[in-house]
Design a protein around this ligand. Structure first.
Ligand code: FES
Length: 75
């Protein structure tokens, strides 16, 4: 287990917890909707697969590369 966890959109300076709370408050269910509001995920895009995982799992902290691990388990 890495001692570092991915827990924020760096480009927008927002934690995934903030993103999750905002999404729940406004009925948002996709990254595209968050991008349309310019809330997060409009910069480098590195947070996008983690936020997709957040929508899927409800978690707000992830091991680096967690989405690759999930994808490899699905094969
Ligand atoms: S980290 Fe979210 S857009 Fe760059």
């Amino acid at each position: 287990m890495s001692r570092y966890l991915v827990n924020r959109c760096i480009c927008h300076s927002r934690s995934f917890k903030e993103v999750k709370d905002h999404a729940e408050e406004h009925g948002i269910t996709s990254v595209k909707e968050l991008q349309a509001e310019d809330f997060c995920s409009c910069g480098c895009g590195l947070c996008i697969p983690y936020i997709e995982l957040m929508f899927e799992t409800g978690d707000t902290e992830f091991e680096p590369g967690a989405y690759y691990k999930k994808a490899s388990r699905a094969d």
